[in-house]
Every structure is written in structure tokens, then in C-alpha cells.
Design a binder for this molecule. Sequence first.
Ligand SMILES: [Cu+2]
Length: 688
Amino acid sequence: MLRLAWWTVSTLIVFGLLIIAHAPARATDAEIDRLLRSPVGKDWVTNGGNLTNNRYSTLKQIDTANVGKLKGAWMTRLKGSGVGGKYSFEASPLVKDGIMYVVTGNDDVFALNAKTGEIIWEYWSGIDQTISTVCCGWVNRGLAMGEGQIYLGQLDANVVALDMKTGKVAWKTPIEKWQNGYGITSAPLYYDGVIYSGITGGEFGVRGRLTALNAKTGEIMWRWFTLPSPGEKGSETWPPGTDHSMRGGAAIWNTPALDPELGLVYFAVGNCGPDYDGSMRDGDNLFCTSIVALRAKTGEYAWHFQQVHHDLWDYDAASPVVLFDTVINGEPRKGIAEAGRTGWVYILDRTNGKPLVGIEEKPVPQDPRQKTAATQPIPVGDAVVPQCAEKIPGYDQAGCIYTPFWESPVLIQPSGIGGTNWPPMPYSPDTGYFYVPGTVRTSAFTRYASKYVNGLRYTGGGQAAPIGSTMTGTFTAIDAKTNKIAWQHKTPYRIGGGGGSTATAGGLVLRGEPDGNFLALDAKTGQELFRFQTGFGADAPPVVYEVDGEEFVAIATGGNQSQGSSYGDAVWTFSLKGQLGPLWPPPPPQTVAGPTGPITVGVDAIKIGANNTEYTFAPARTRIKSGTTVSFSNVGDIPHDASALQKDGWSTGALAKGETKTVTFDKPGIYYYICTPHPWMYGQIIVE
Ligand SMILES: [Cu+2]
């Protein structure tokens, strides 16, 4: 007895010492970790629903039979946060124990009573409104939670932790400086005491990375660069003796997924920089446009799969990766999938990164000037959008996906913004389908030489939808076992740049439209079962939760800069007990290409080729009083003009570098103009 007791005590002491010696310096949140590992139920605790990012809720009070009776439960305006043409509202609200947390395009966070919509606390980010390195709209794609804190990444490249009860800042860690081209738009992932955050800046010559932070303290634990240093794995895919990879972009636009059993964290990596100029970066250029798996604890490389070798087309992998389990040929398999801007879904085995359904390397058209890759990986199955451009008058050359281009414009489809851009793709284990939002749009691509300047755009070319060309979308159910289309809707608007959807055990797929409609579809057949006008661009992915036994569906409606949808600051929720009816429809987004973005008021000086972006007018849209004289200054490197779109209209004539000319607008009207040698550049002047 005595001896046994001695042994036991010693053992406990030894183990105790071991535990103390190896105790992680960080705490963990057992409850949140359990919810993150489980199918999504009453709470929605991370951006993608749980660690898989599959956005599938097991709630089924609202189902295919009763969804038609849905009404608004509450709608709350977020005090004007993120309202305006420069913003997008794309976040998934998080919900825990009856409290909702939502972040706007200005990185402001609100806690709301999830049953009533009453605002509980507010965090105003106070971010610098002069940030000049925002790529594609002021946006925040969502939050993470754990250890009594709410986590967000900001456009100024800080990761911030807020106290969940009060909204007070607990810690704030700069990942980089926005002045160097960096920012954060993705929702972070919390798991096991660690915050994982991506970084943006693919258009500003940054060096992409995934950063792991101690959730308790904000201390950076490790970072994994998406671009290898000389000698590191992947450096052989960049030209030797150069430092091109050090400004090669490869941003991370979206939330990672994590498999706790395999101990791997997964994420998608964006395009290479300079986007459209491959002439100096011979090689496949890893880890641009890839899915990457790292050891979740250490950040050590596990595997990668490159979707586009030596990318020239801005074909980011930008939508979040989705983990799913399936059975193929009678064998249980662990899958991972990502919807690319190429229009394909890439389906892999998440244990090793090898294709699960089939992806074949096939020869593609070549241009030695662009150092094109000899082959590209082509998934077996169906693309969700057309992959060839149709001829458009005024353009000599039209091609398909992977057609190279040089200095004269080539029409290519998909354009560099999709297929599928940022919006998430859910997976329903009931149907075995992925639900993929797509944009159908043609771009004219051109390459030009681009000099790297810290903090300025570094794109090496441009792409623009020719003025007057049509822009639509698709919403597609893809069978995960075959990568083939189960059903597909043609949508009147581009939906591959915003939106995204969520699936439920009630047999539903829920999604918003940029014209303000919120829809519920039958997940199996695609049949539309419910439609409700929210009054604002409905471009965020919905979430599903339960409070006091009542199921709610919530969607942030605040428009989307890149979709051109109507802006706002609202969160809508729906339930079967709801009482609220629809609002008036907002102005619908454009379905024909033309100048987009905010309309500036009273600006009479327009710069051509500003901010190191050769083929642009800035501001692209301005509203002036009749009789105003507008100056056009060429601050770019090559000659441009500004000429009325209508033949024989007004023109500045050719402007050499540094030259300015003026045009006076005497008659009220809406004037579109282009640059004659570069007709994919356009602007709009509204004369009142
Ligand atoms: Cu021009």
C-alpha cells in the first residue's frame, strides 16, 4: 500500500511537473472549441459556421414546407456605419447565447440582441479614412470568437480583440503597415487558443502570409509566407537570382478551415503580382493561386495544390476552402474543395492534397513573352460559368480561359473577378452538393510594364469589361462526387463577387441577391420557395441560429462596391413568427458594363493613369454643374485621351505624359467617355 502510494504520488508529481513544464502559455476555450468541431446547431460561432467552413446548419424548424411563411423578425440599422459607395457589407454575423456580433465595411463591430435586434454595444474602429491601399472596396468579411473575446482583422492591417461583454479593445496587433500595401479583409479563425489571419495586398506587391496569434495576448506565434525565400520550398518556381517573389502578392482573402484530427489548417491563396505581367517571373510561381495545408500548431508546410500555374489572369483562389466527408467508390474519403475564379470547383483529398474526383494537367495556349506555363490543371466535371469570350465590336482578339495576352487587348472569359471571387460555397451533407455563386463577365486583358513602388498598385496590366458588354451570373449546385452540375440558375446579376449562401437540414439553401432580394431555395431541386425584398443590396452570406427555441435566419444587407449594389447598414432577420413585410426595392445593380464605383460630387479635375494604374480615369464618375470646365491630366506613362463614347463627340485629343487639356460641359446630361487607343478605360460625367 505504502509503496503503491509512493509510486502514485511520484508519478503524479512527475506528470504534474511535465504538465507545468509543457503547459502552453495560452489558454483555450473548451466550449467554443467543441462547438467549432461540431455540426452547427443553435449558435453560429465562426465565419464559416464551424471549422469546416461548410455553412451547413442542422436546424430544421424552418423547412421546405413552411419557408414560404417566413417574415422579417427584426431589422436593425447600424447607425450609418459603412454606408456609402466605397463600402461592401459581406460579413456573416456570429451568434452565441442569444447575442449577435456583426462587423461592417468600416471595421466597426456591433453586438445585438439576436432575438430583438436591440444594440448592446458598439466598437467604432476609427480607421484612417485616407487608407490608399484598399484593393476592392472597404470590406470586412467577418469575425471570430473565443475566450470571451471577439476578433477581427482591419483594413489598416491590425488584428484586434474586443471584450465580448463590452466591446472594449483587449489587444491590438499590427501584422504590417497599410502604407506598405497590406490590409486585412478576411474573417480570422479561432481554434485552440490560436487566431489565424490572412492578409490582403495582392495588387500592391506585398509578400502574402498566414499569421498565427496567441488569442489571449495577441502575440504573434508564427507566420508562414505564401512566397518562398531563396532556398525555401517553392523558390525553384521563381527565376533564380531575382527577388521577384518577395513582392509576388499571393494574399489570403478568406478564412482558413481546420481539421483537428489531421492537425492541419487549410487556406486558399490569391493571385501573383504583378497580376498581368508574367514576363519577368518565369516558373510556376508558388504558392500563388493555390490551396495550402500547414500543421496547425507550428505552421510547418504539409502540402499544396496549385490551381493556376504562373497566373496571368488575376485568377485568385479567393473563396474559403470547405472541408467535407464523402464516400467515393465505396470508400470513405476526407475532402476539401474551393470554388475558383476560373469557374471550376477544385476537389482534393485533404489528407494529401491530391485530386479526389480528378484534375488533369492539359496543354494550354502559349506566349513566350509572358513565359506561359505549358499546362494547367483542368478539373474533371463542369465549370459553373462559360469559359470563352464572345467577339465584341472594336476588339480583334477573343479567347478562352488561359488565352495569353500582351499589349493589345484580348477578350477573355472568365474575367479576373470570377467565376467565384470571395463569396463562400456551402456544402450540404444531405444533398452532397456544393452551392457555387458565379459571375459571367468578359474582360479585355492587356499587359504593360509596371515598376514596383512601395505602397502603390503593382499590377503590370489591366482588365476591364468593355463598355456596353453584358454582365450576369449563375448559381449552381455541383455534385461533390462527380464535380458535375446537378442544377443551375442563370441570375440577372453577377453574384460571384458578393453573396454566397448557407444550407440547412430543413432542405434549404438561403442566399441574397444584389437587387435586395433574400431567397430560399429547395437544396435538392433548386426550386425557389421564398423571396423577400430587404431594401438594400443583399450581398452577404446568411447565417442560421436559434434563441429560446425559435429558429432565425440573418443576413447583413448593405450592398457591395464590386457588385455595384445599393448600399446600406442593415441586418435583417427572419423567422416563422416574424411580423415585418418587405421594403421598397433599391436601385438594381448594373447588368451592362460601364463606369462603376462611387460618384464624386463637384470634382472637375480628372487624372489619367493615377496611382500607378495606367489605364484608369480617377475619379471614374463625377457629378458637376452645367457650365463646368473639366481638366483631364495624363499622369500615367503613355499617351491617352478622353473622348466621348459617341462617335464625333468631344475629345481631349492625345495627351502626352504630363499633359492637361480641358473640356467645358454646357448641357445637362450623362456623358460616357473612353480612351480611344484603350477603349476598356472609361469614365462618366453627370452634368446637372
Ligand atoms: Cu489610354
